[in-house]
Design a protein around this ligand. Structure first.
Ligand code: FMN
Length: 292
């Protein structure tokens, strides 16, 4: 696969625009895709070519503004000679975004990160969402200080090709801190900026029956409204899915752990399942990016 990158100055539009899609005209029907970012009146784009020896391609561009309205360039904007362009290797980016009050979900997230990074050509990045509770309440709840994993802003999501979202359960559903994060993604929802991108879920509960399945199941609505593609792990983890001797979190929905009274930590089997989820998901995100 070959990647080309470049910059197109675009002077016909005087309003800022946030997203870009491109229609490609090719001399022959080679598979190709383009992604871009618009900054003021300049489009920074990258083109993926799955076949070598394409002599010349012509690109015309559709601009999406903050609303769903579109501007379509009437004529091809740019004609690109493929030869002299520097080839760029662009990795598939997977963001692992989580909330963790006592560290259980964070441990799963770090193992998932390793699994994602184990797939060639895929980059993993860990993020946590913003805390919504004040220091006093957190102190009363016995929450330890947060780790130094960076806090994500909703718009950061747009940069990734796939997402693994993790949270502890609260009364059988997603923790409010993570819901608050999703509630702040209205801008991305309006432009459907996450539509077509894959997303997986992982989680922690205190007890059996406390939400190992309801927590991910009830969180799928967030993905659906954004048009994301839910990627469960199914039974791809193999024999470990059928463990009956020892307590084991997780399910076909995704990796999971039991915190118990807080003193139980993810077991080796739960961590192996988390690694598996990262690896399995990364391979799918990579395939989907290739087919854009
Ligand atoms: C308000 C509240 C509600 C909770 N509800 C549930 C629940 O319904 N089922 C359950 O098993 N655990 C419940 N828990 C326990 C948390 O899920 C547990 O602390 C968490 O999984 C630990 O993950 P963390 O270390 O990443 O924060 C609840 C905790 C709080 C504070």
């Amino acid at each position: 696969m070959r990647y080309l990158g470049g910059v197109v100055p675009f002077s016909n539009l005087n309003t800022p625009f946030s997203d870009i899609m491109a229609l490609i005209t090719l001399p022959t029907p080679f598979p190709i895709s383009i992604r871009g970012k618009a900054i003021q009146n300049t489009i920074i784009y990258s083109i993926t070519i799955k076949q070598y020896a394409i002599p010349r391609i012509i690109v015309s561009v559709t601009i999406r503004t903050g609303t769903l309205s579109r501007f379509h360039s009437p004529t091809p904007l740019v004609s690109i000679e493929t030869g002299p362009y520097k080839l760029l290797q662009m990795a598939t980016k997977v963001y692992i975004v989580y909330y963790s009050m006592y560290g259980h979900v964070e441990k799963l997230a770090k193992e998932i990160e390793k699994g994602v990074a184990s797939v060639e050509g895929v980059e993993a990045k860990l993020w946590q969402v913003e805390e919504t509770l004040g220091e006093e309440v957190l102190g009363k709840m016995g929450a330890p200080p947060k780790s130094d994993v960076p806090v994500i802003r909703p718009n950061d999501l747009g940069e990734a090709d796939g997402y693994l979202f993790g949270f502890p359960t609260r009364f059988g559903g997603m923790a409010a801190q993570f819901k608050a994060f999703f509630d702040a993604t209205g801008g991305l929802w309006r432009t459907q900026g996450l539509a077509g991108k894959p997303a997986g879920l992982f989680y922690s509960t205190a007890s059996q029956g406390g939400g190992q399945e309801t927590t991910p199941l009830t969180s799928i609505t967030q993905l659906v409204h954004h048009g994301m593609i839910f990627v469960p792990i199914g039974y791809t983890f193999g024999g470990g899915m059928f463990e009956m001797e020892n307590l084991k979190g997780g399910s076909p929905y995704g990796a999971g752990t039991y915190a118990g009274d807080g003193s139980r930590h993810p077991t080796d089997l739960e961590l192996a399942q988390a690694f598996h989820q990262g690896k399995y998901f990364a391979a799918i995100a990579k395939k989907l990016k290739g087919s854009h």
